[in-house]
Each structure stands twice: as structure tokens, then as C-alpha cells.
Write a protein that binds this ligand. Structure first.
Ligand code: ADP
Ligand code: MG
Length: 454
């Protein structure tokens, strides 16, 4: 086969693979493959690093071979060879990692601004959403509704724990509607925004305006509807908004941290509306997806770290993609300070983002740091006095014992010599207070970072 013909065939093979696995996984694993030689039925393909080689062999060997055979039936087998050229990835030397590519992002960084009309941020797209087992159904459902537009899967209800990509996916869906047709009227809002605007509209007698805003649209995307729990009048308003849009075959998308059935304090009729279309969950990402996410995120910043670093972060941070990004950013930040560091150092940096690490912080230490922070003796915290100040400090303590040390309510009860129901009550009170009181929230953040950095 001549060089040129081969080049076009190779393009087709790659396209075929891309169609199979989606563009983000493709970008991560397939962007630097070059066919090198063909001899006795074996096609040798050059790959940029051993890490990529291992992954391709383990995960994509069958797919690659099948795609190649479709276009070049003479190929019986494939072999990956690691490029001897220095790659733009970093080389790993003993325990010190050196960076090769760290372009400052100033030139390439795009500032994404939220569109005030739609409330959508263009940074969230389908093509930078990494698809893996944990989210592929949700991803497919979102793509499907853009195609069918209110005719199937209405409403689409996506639920999953915090940090698994619900907002990203919802926003990307809105952006995709607009990309396909810029005249579509899309509106994204968090349920908190919806509720606040509704309450303000009631107060300011602008309910008409509010209703037009949420009803004169083609696509309504409402994020975090569990926020409606216990908010009766907002629930009623949403119920009517829903009916109005639904009857006009407008597309509606919801997200929540749990399935409709188990959101507490929500009217039955609204629950059944939530369940009336398609309900799909997103799970925390598996290792492969986490790794791909890290690569996509640093690629977006034009930063390439050693593969061992990505591997380490992906193994340590398992549940929450926001934390995964946080850890990555912390590592990148250390790079940009041009600190020399080793894998041990990386481990130390990301430790603070991992749940296992949290568990290792003892209750004793948390108590000690809180006491120091408020210049109290440790015993003072446990005194029966109920001054407002002490009550609040005990609330901080309960919250942090649960969040950081992940103690059960019963164990926290034992520490504070209180019944576990009292602890549950206090904990939930803190969660609520954190939502409504930014000073309170800030205070907790300060304590938390003191504890994590101690
Ligand atoms: P949630 O709304 O479920 O709490 P987010 O959508 O806010 O989670 O996701 C947290 C962060 O992780 C965001 O910056 C988002 O872009 C990123 N993220 C989540 N899932 C993915 C994914 N599959 N691919 C790429 N980035 C993701
Ligand atoms: Mg969200």
C-alpha cells in the first residue's frame, strides 16, 4: 500500500475507533498513534509511552484490531511499540519528577462566562465530558433528548451523589440544544435560584414576570431539585411550571442527589411528575474514567504531567470528580511554583483530598485544634454550659467529626456524652445553617483547613 493510501485508511480506522468510544476517551488514548511497519501480518503501531501502551493493550486491543481488519484484512495482529523519541510527557527519574511541558496558560486559557439569558456556561460541553461506565447511560439520555426534543424522555431526571458530573451534563445538554439551533430558548437554573427568584417575585409583586421567564421557553433545566424539600410554595409553583411546559411538549430536565421517591418532604404529585419520564443515575467514576478525566482536564490547561502522577491521583481520589480536579490543580500549582518534587510529595499534596486520609485524622486531633482555635481548654467544650458561643462550637465539632473522621452518630454521641438522636439533630441543623449562612460556612471551612493542614 502506498504511503498516501495508507494515510487515508489510517484516518478511517481512527475515525471508526472514535465513533466507538467517543471523542474524549479517544483524545486521551489515541491522539498520538502512528503505524510504523507491517511485516508478516503484524502491524506495529508506535505509541508515546509505556503507560499508553499498557492501556491500549489491556482495554482496547480487540477494538483496535477489529477496526484495522475492517479496512486492511491482511493484518492478523498488532503490536504496540513505545516511541524512542522524547515525548512531551515527563520522564520519570528515580524519585524526582521533572516537568517538560508546562506552558503558562495565559495564552491559551479561555475565560468562559455564563450567558445571563440562558444561565449556561459554555465551559460545560459534551465533548469535554468523559464517558465511562458510571455515566454512559445518563450521557446517552442527554444526547437523546437533544435529538428528540421533548418527544421522548420527558422529563429526564438524573440523580447521583455530589461531584459526579450532574451539573456538567445538564449544562452541556443545554449548550448542545443551542449549538444545534441557536433559536431554541433554553433556561438553566439551580433549584435554589428558582426558589429565591420565586420568593422575590412574590415579595415584589413581579410574579407575572417570573412566570414568563420560566414558562416562555423551550427547554427548562433545573439542577438539584432536592433543594425543594420542605419548601411547599416553591413546590407548588414548580408543579404548575412543569405542567405548563409539559403540555406544550417542551423539554424538561432535572437533577437531584437522590431518586424522586426518596427526596424527603416533597409533594406526591410532584414526585410522580419527576418519575413520569426517564430516571437515570450517575455513579462515582471508575478508575479508568478518573484517569481519563485527569488527562482531559490537564490537556485543557495545556499541562502534561508524568503518567505516574495521574495514576496516583486516580487511585487515591475515588468518589468525587470535584475533589479529583482539586487534587490535580493542587499538584499543578506546585509545579508552577517550580518546586522539585517526588511521587512522595505528590502523595502528600493529594492526601488532603482523599477520604482515606480524612479517616486517619483522629477525633482527638479535631477537638484539640478546635479548642486551640477558640482559645479554650479542651474540657470547656464538653462543659454543660449552653452559651450561644459554646453551643455553636459543639456544632462545629459534631459536623467535623462526621465529615472528616467519618464517625457514626453513635460514636460522636459517645464522645460528647449525648444520645445519637441529639447528634443527628445537631448535625442536620449545621448542614442547614451552612446553606443559609455564609459566615457560618466560612468558619467551618477555616476550621476544616486548619485540621487538614495540621
Ligand atoms: P455535580 O453537579 O454532580 O455535583 P459537577 O457537574 O459540578 O458535579 O462536577 C464537578 C466537576 O467535575 C466539574 O468541574 C465538572 O466539569 C467535572 N466533571 C464531572 N464529571 C465529569 C466528566 N465525566 N468528565 C469531565 N469532567 C467532569
Ligand atoms: Mg451540581
Amino acid at each position: 500500500m502506498s504511503q498516501e493510501i495508507f494515510a487515508t485508511t489510517w484516518e478511517k480506522i481512527l475515525q471508526n475507533i472514535k465513533d466507538n468510544i467517543g471523542s474524549s476517551l479517544y483524545r486521551v488514548w489515541f491522539s498520538n498513534l502512528t503505524p510504523k511497519s507491517f511485516h508478516q501480518g503484524i502491524l506495529k503501531i508506535e505509541v508515546p509511552s509505556k503507560f499508553v501502551k499498557d492501556w491500549l493493550e489491556k482495554k482496547f486491543n480487540a477494538l483496535i484490531l477489529k477496526s484495522i481488519k475492517e479496512f486492511i484484512p491482511e493484518v492478523k495482529n498488532i503490536e504496540f511499540v513505545v516511541s524512542s523519541k522524547p515525548s512531551n510527557l515527563t520522564t520519570y527519574k528515580k524519585s524526582s519528577l521533572k516537568k517538560i511541558t508546562l506552558t503558562t496558560t495565559e495564552k491559551t486559557l479561555t475565560i468562559f462566562e455564563t450567558n445571563p439569558q440562558t444561565n449556561l456556561n459554555p465551559r460545560y460541553r459534551f465533548d469535554n465530558f468523559v464517558v465511562g461506565q458510571s455515566n454512559e447511560l445518563a450521557f446517552a439520555a442527554c444526547q437523546a433528548i437533544v435529538q428528540s426534543f421533548g418527544k421522548t424522555h420527558n422529563p429526564l431526571f438524573i440523580y447521583g451523589p455530589v461531584g459526579v458530573g450532574k451539573t456538567h451534563l445538564l449544562q452541556a445538554t443545554g449548550n448542545e440544544f443551542l449549538r444545534q439551533n441557536k433559536n431554541v430558548k433554553v433556561k438553566y437554573a439551580t433549584t435554589e435560584e428558582f426558589t429565591n427568584e420565586f420568593i422575590n417575585a412574590l415579595k415584589n409583586h413581579t410574579i407575572e414576570h417570573f412566570r414568563n421567564k420560566f414558562r416562555d421557553i423551550d427547554v427548562l433545566i433545573l439542577d438539584d431539585v432536592h433543594f425543594l424539600s420542605g419548601k411547599n410554595s416553591s413546590q407548588e409553583e414548580l408543579f404548575h411550571t412543569f405542567n405548563c411546559l409539559y403540555n406544550l411538549s417542551k423539554q424538561i430536565v432535572f437533577s437531584s442527589d437522590r431518586p424522586p421517591r426518596v427526596i424527603p418532604d416533597i409533594e406526591e404529585r410532584l414526585k410522580s411528575r419527576f418519575e413520569g419520564g426517564l430516571v437515570i443515575d450517575i455513579q462515582p467514576p471508575d478508575y479508568e474514567t478518573r484517569l481519563a478525566i485527569l488527562k482531559v482536564k490537564s490537556q485543557e490547561k495545556n499541562i502534561f504531567l508524568d503518567d505516574k502522577i495521574y495514576d496516583l491521583i486516580a487511585r487515591k481520589i475515588t468518589d468525587n470528580i470535584r475533589e479529583l480536579e482539586g487534587a490535580l490543580n493542587a499538584v499543578i500549582f506546585h509545579y508552577s511554583k517550580k518546586e522539585k518534587f517526588s511521587l512522595e510529595k505528590v502523595e502528600e499534596i493529594i492526601k488532603k483530598f482523599s477520604k482515606d486520609y480524612y479517616r486517619k485524622i483522629s477525633p482527638k486531633k479535631i477537638i484539640k485544634i478546635i479548642a486551640e482555635h477558640y482559645e479554650l481548654k479542651e474540657d470547656d467544650i464538653f462543659k454543660k454550659t449552653r452559651t450561644k458561643h459554646l453551643v455553636e462550637i459543639r456544632q462545629f465539632l459534631i459536623y467535623l467529626l462526621r465529615e472528616i473522621s467519618q464517625l457514626s452518630y453513635t460514636s460522636i454521641g459517645e464522645i460528647l456524652k449525648k444520645d445519637h438522636t441529639t447528634i443527628i439533630y445537631a448535625y442536620e441543623k449545621v448542614v442547614k445553617k451552612m446553606k443559609n449562612n455564609s459566615e457560618f460556612q466560612q468558619e467551618i471551612e477555616i476550621l476544616k483547613s486548619k485540621i487538614l493542614q495540621s
